[in-house]
Design a protein around this ligand. Structure first.
Ligand SMILES: O=C(O)CCC(=O)C(=O)O
Length: 240
Protein backbone atom coordinates (compact mmCIF):
# COMPACT_ATOMS: atom_id res chain seq x y z
CA UNK A 1 0.00 0.00 0.00
CA UNK A 2 1.30 3.44 -0.91
CA UNK A 3 1.23 5.88 2.04
CA UNK A 4 -0.66 9.17 1.91
CA UNK A 5 1.24 11.67 -0.23
CA UNK A 6 1.70 15.07 1.44
CA UNK A 7 3.24 17.99 -0.41
CA UNK A 8 6.56 19.13 0.99
CA UNK A 9 6.99 22.88 1.58
CA UNK A 10 9.00 23.06 -1.65
CA UNK A 11 6.25 21.24 -3.57
CA UNK A 12 3.60 23.54 -2.10
CA UNK A 13 5.61 26.57 -3.23
CA UNK A 14 6.12 25.08 -6.70
CA UNK A 15 2.42 24.18 -6.96
CA UNK A 16 1.48 27.74 -5.97
CA UNK A 17 3.75 29.31 -8.59
CA UNK A 18 3.57 26.73 -11.42
CA UNK A 19 0.00 25.45 -10.98
CA UNK A 20 1.00 21.81 -11.18
CA UNK A 21 3.01 19.24 -9.26
CA UNK A 22 4.11 15.72 -10.16
CA UNK A 23 2.93 13.45 -7.34
CA UNK A 24 4.82 10.31 -8.30
CA UNK A 25 3.33 6.85 -7.92
CA UNK A 26 -0.27 6.66 -6.69
CA UNK A 27 -1.07 3.12 -7.93
CA UNK A 28 0.73 -0.05 -6.89
CA UNK A 29 0.91 -2.88 -9.47
CA UNK A 30 -2.33 -4.48 -8.23
CA UNK A 31 -4.22 -1.16 -8.30
CA UNK A 32 -2.85 -0.40 -11.75
CA UNK A 33 -4.10 -3.73 -13.09
CA UNK A 34 -7.53 -3.11 -11.53
CA UNK A 35 -7.78 0.28 -13.28
CA UNK A 36 -6.63 -1.20 -16.57
CA UNK A 37 -9.28 -3.93 -16.21
CA UNK A 38 -11.96 -1.24 -15.77
CA UNK A 39 -10.75 0.50 -18.93
CA UNK A 40 -10.70 -2.76 -20.89
CA UNK A 41 -14.25 -3.57 -19.79
CA UNK A 42 -15.47 -0.14 -20.95
CA UNK A 43 -13.58 -0.24 -24.24
CA UNK A 44 -14.72 -3.75 -25.13
CA UNK A 45 -18.31 -2.82 -24.32
CA UNK A 46 -18.34 0.36 -26.43
CA UNK A 47 -19.23 0.13 -30.11
CA UNK A 48 -17.45 3.21 -31.53
CA UNK A 49 -18.73 3.64 -35.04
CA UNK A 50 -17.00 6.91 -35.87
CA UNK A 51 -13.43 7.81 -36.65
CA UNK A 52 -12.70 9.28 -33.21
CA UNK A 53 -9.52 7.84 -31.83
CA UNK A 54 -9.69 9.53 -28.43
CA UNK A 55 -12.26 7.78 -26.27
CA UNK A 56 -13.79 9.09 -23.07
CA UNK A 57 -15.78 7.38 -20.37
CA UNK A 58 -17.08 9.78 -17.72
CA UNK A 59 -18.54 9.35 -14.25
CA UNK A 60 -17.67 5.67 -13.95
CA UNK A 61 -17.48 5.26 -10.15
CA UNK A 62 -20.47 2.93 -9.88
CA UNK A 63 -19.33 0.39 -12.42
CA UNK A 64 -15.52 0.50 -12.13
CA UNK A 65 -14.16 -0.91 -8.86
CA UNK A 66 -10.51 -0.29 -9.70
CA UNK A 67 -10.74 3.43 -10.27
CA UNK A 68 -13.36 3.72 -7.51
CA UNK A 69 -10.85 2.41 -4.97
CA UNK A 70 -8.28 4.86 -6.29
CA UNK A 71 -10.52 7.93 -6.49
CA UNK A 72 -12.12 7.43 -3.08
CA UNK A 73 -9.11 6.27 -1.12
CA UNK A 74 -5.86 6.70 -3.06
CA UNK A 75 -2.66 8.16 -1.59
CA UNK A 76 -3.00 11.31 -3.72
CA UNK A 77 -5.82 12.48 -1.40
CA UNK A 78 -3.22 13.79 1.04
CA UNK A 79 -1.85 16.09 -1.65
CA UNK A 80 -5.40 17.03 -2.68
CA UNK A 81 -6.07 18.02 0.96
CA UNK A 82 -2.95 20.19 0.89
CA UNK A 83 -4.41 22.05 -2.08
CA UNK A 84 -8.17 22.02 -1.41
CA UNK A 85 -8.48 21.67 2.38
CA UNK A 86 -9.61 18.82 4.65
CA UNK A 87 -13.17 18.59 3.27
CA UNK A 88 -12.97 17.16 -0.23
CA UNK A 89 -15.53 16.18 -2.87
CA UNK A 90 -14.70 14.11 -5.91
CA UNK A 91 -17.08 15.64 -8.43
CA UNK A 92 -15.85 14.42 -11.85
CA UNK A 93 -13.94 11.38 -13.11
CA UNK A 94 -13.05 10.24 -16.59
CA UNK A 95 -11.03 7.74 -18.57
CA UNK A 96 -9.23 9.14 -21.61
CA UNK A 97 -7.84 6.55 -24.00
CA UNK A 98 -5.92 7.71 -27.03
CA UNK A 99 -5.68 5.06 -29.69
CA UNK A 100 -2.73 5.35 -32.08
CA UNK A 101 -3.44 8.19 -34.53
CA UNK A 102 -0.86 10.47 -36.15
CA UNK A 103 -3.47 13.05 -37.10
CA UNK A 104 -3.01 15.99 -34.69
CA UNK A 105 -6.50 17.39 -35.26
CA UNK A 106 -8.19 14.07 -34.51
CA UNK A 107 -5.69 12.88 -31.93
CA UNK A 108 -4.84 16.08 -30.06
CA UNK A 109 -6.61 17.71 -27.12
CA UNK A 110 -6.05 21.45 -27.46
CA UNK A 111 -5.00 23.92 -24.74
CA UNK A 112 -7.68 24.43 -22.12
CA UNK A 113 -8.35 24.90 -18.44
CA UNK A 114 -10.57 22.27 -16.86
CA UNK A 115 -12.62 25.09 -15.33
CA UNK A 116 -13.13 26.38 -18.89
CA UNK A 117 -15.56 23.46 -19.32
CA UNK A 118 -17.26 23.78 -15.91
CA UNK A 119 -16.10 26.46 -13.51
CA UNK A 120 -15.92 25.74 -9.79
CA UNK A 121 -16.25 28.23 -6.95
CA UNK A 122 -14.02 28.64 -5.03
CA UNK A 123 -11.52 27.83 -7.76
CA UNK A 124 -9.20 25.89 -5.46
CA UNK A 125 -10.24 22.67 -7.22
CA UNK A 126 -7.66 20.34 -8.69
CA UNK A 127 -7.39 17.59 -11.28
CA UNK A 128 -5.30 14.48 -10.60
CA UNK A 129 -4.35 12.83 -13.91
CA UNK A 130 -2.94 9.33 -13.58
CA UNK A 131 -1.15 7.48 -16.36
CA UNK A 132 -2.21 3.88 -16.91
CA UNK A 133 0.64 3.41 -19.41
CA UNK A 134 4.10 4.94 -19.50
CA UNK A 135 3.44 8.28 -21.21
CA UNK A 136 5.82 10.55 -23.09
CA UNK A 137 5.87 12.99 -25.99
CA UNK A 138 5.46 10.14 -28.49
CA UNK A 139 2.26 8.60 -27.15
CA UNK A 140 0.44 11.72 -25.98
CA UNK A 141 1.42 12.71 -22.45
CA UNK A 142 -0.11 15.82 -20.89
CA UNK A 143 1.66 19.16 -21.44
CA UNK A 144 1.21 22.04 -19.00
CA UNK A 145 1.86 25.78 -19.19
CA UNK A 146 3.60 26.71 -15.93
CA UNK A 147 2.11 29.74 -14.18
CA UNK A 148 -0.93 29.87 -16.48
CA UNK A 149 -3.36 29.45 -13.57
CA UNK A 150 -2.41 32.82 -12.12
CA UNK A 151 -4.82 34.86 -14.26
CA UNK A 152 -7.86 32.74 -13.38
CA UNK A 153 -10.45 31.72 -15.94
CA UNK A 154 -9.62 32.54 -19.58
CA UNK A 155 -12.11 32.81 -22.46
CA UNK A 156 -12.54 29.46 -24.23
CA UNK A 157 -13.90 28.93 -27.74
CA UNK A 158 -14.70 25.98 -29.99
CA UNK A 159 -11.95 25.35 -32.56
CA UNK A 160 -14.59 24.34 -35.15
CA UNK A 161 -18.38 24.55 -35.39
CA UNK A 162 -18.79 20.79 -35.12
CA UNK A 163 -16.40 20.38 -32.18
CA UNK A 164 -17.36 19.98 -28.53
CA UNK A 165 -13.79 20.81 -27.53
CA UNK A 166 -13.03 24.21 -26.08
CA UNK A 167 -9.67 25.87 -26.44
CA UNK A 168 -7.60 28.89 -25.52
CA UNK A 169 -5.08 30.40 -27.96
CA UNK A 170 -1.67 29.90 -26.36
CA UNK A 171 1.79 31.06 -27.36
CA UNK A 172 4.59 28.63 -26.67
CA UNK A 173 4.74 24.89 -26.22
CA UNK A 174 4.54 24.54 -22.44
CA UNK A 175 6.31 21.56 -20.95
CA UNK A 176 5.59 17.85 -21.30
CA UNK A 177 4.89 15.75 -18.20
CA UNK A 178 6.22 12.25 -18.93
CA UNK A 179 5.09 9.71 -16.35
CA UNK A 180 5.45 6.00 -15.70
CA UNK A 181 2.31 3.90 -15.51
CA UNK A 182 0.74 4.43 -12.08
CA UNK A 183 2.22 7.91 -11.58
CA UNK A 184 0.18 11.11 -11.46
CA UNK A 185 0.33 14.84 -11.94
CA UNK A 186 -1.95 17.24 -10.05
CA UNK A 187 -2.88 20.63 -11.54
CA UNK A 188 -5.31 23.41 -10.71
CA UNK A 189 -8.61 23.95 -12.52
CA UNK A 190 -7.07 27.04 -14.13
CA UNK A 191 -3.81 25.48 -15.32
CA UNK A 192 -3.61 25.38 -19.11
CA UNK A 193 -2.89 21.89 -20.38
CA UNK A 194 -3.18 19.87 -23.57
CA UNK A 195 -2.11 16.57 -25.08
CA UNK A 196 -0.89 15.77 -28.58
CA UNK A 197 -1.71 12.79 -30.77
CA UNK A 198 -0.60 9.28 -29.86
CA UNK A 199 2.10 8.51 -32.43
CA UNK A 200 3.06 5.18 -30.88
CA UNK A 201 1.69 1.80 -31.87
CA UNK A 202 -0.32 1.12 -28.70
CA UNK A 203 -3.21 2.76 -26.82
CA UNK A 204 -2.36 5.45 -24.26
CA UNK A 205 -4.66 4.97 -21.29
CA UNK A 206 -5.25 7.53 -18.54
CA UNK A 207 -7.78 8.36 -15.84
CA UNK A 208 -8.43 11.66 -14.18
CA UNK A 209 -10.26 12.79 -11.08
CA UNK A 210 -11.43 16.31 -10.27
CA UNK A 211 -11.68 17.29 -6.62
CA UNK A 212 -13.11 20.43 -5.07
CA UNK A 213 -13.78 21.70 -1.58
CA UNK A 214 -16.81 19.79 -0.26
CA UNK A 215 -18.84 23.02 -0.12
CA UNK A 216 -17.72 24.30 -3.54
CA UNK A 217 -20.38 25.12 -6.11
CA UNK A 218 -20.70 24.74 -9.88
CA UNK A 219 -22.20 28.19 -10.66
CA UNK A 220 -23.25 27.34 -14.22
CA UNK A 221 -25.22 24.34 -12.99
CA UNK A 222 -26.53 26.03 -9.83
CA UNK A 223 -25.55 23.09 -7.62
CA UNK A 224 -22.93 22.14 -5.11
CA UNK A 225 -20.10 20.05 -6.59
CA UNK A 226 -20.80 17.40 -3.93
CA UNK A 227 -24.37 17.10 -5.27
CA UNK A 228 -23.31 16.48 -8.86
CA UNK A 229 -24.07 13.09 -10.41
CA UNK A 230 -21.52 10.50 -9.27
CA UNK A 231 -19.94 12.90 -6.73
CA UNK A 232 -18.59 11.61 -3.43
CA UNK A 233 -17.31 13.35 -0.33
CA UNK A 234 -14.03 11.49 -0.01
CA UNK A 235 -12.60 13.20 3.08
CA UNK A 236 -14.17 15.34 5.80
CA UNK A 237 -17.73 16.52 5.23
CA UNK A 238 -19.94 19.16 3.71
CA UNK A 239 -21.15 21.89 6.06
CA UNK A 240 -24.81 20.95 5.55
O1 LIG B 1 -5.82 12.79 -21.25
C1 LIG B 1 -5.59 13.68 -22.06
O2 LIG B 1 -4.99 13.48 -23.11
C2 LIG B 1 -6.02 15.08 -21.75
C3 LIG B 1 -7.44 15.11 -21.33
C4 LIG B 1 -7.88 16.42 -20.80
O3 LIG B 1 -7.10 17.34 -20.64
C5 LIG B 1 -9.27 16.60 -20.46
O4 LIG B 1 -10.10 15.70 -20.73
O5 LIG B 1 -9.61 17.67 -19.90
Amino acid sequence: MIPDIRLTPAQRAAFASDGFVVLGRILDPEGLEACRADEAMLREGSPWGDAATTRFWCLVMRRCPGVRALALGGPHLGAVADAVGADIALWWNQFVTKLPDHDEVRGGFTWHQDNGYVDVSPGTNVTVWVALDDVDTVNGCVWVMPGSHAGGLLPHARPREDSWHLQVPVEGDGIPVPLRAGEAVMFTGYTLHRSLANRSGAPRRAFFMQYAHADATLPAKGIRAADHQDAWVVRGRTSA
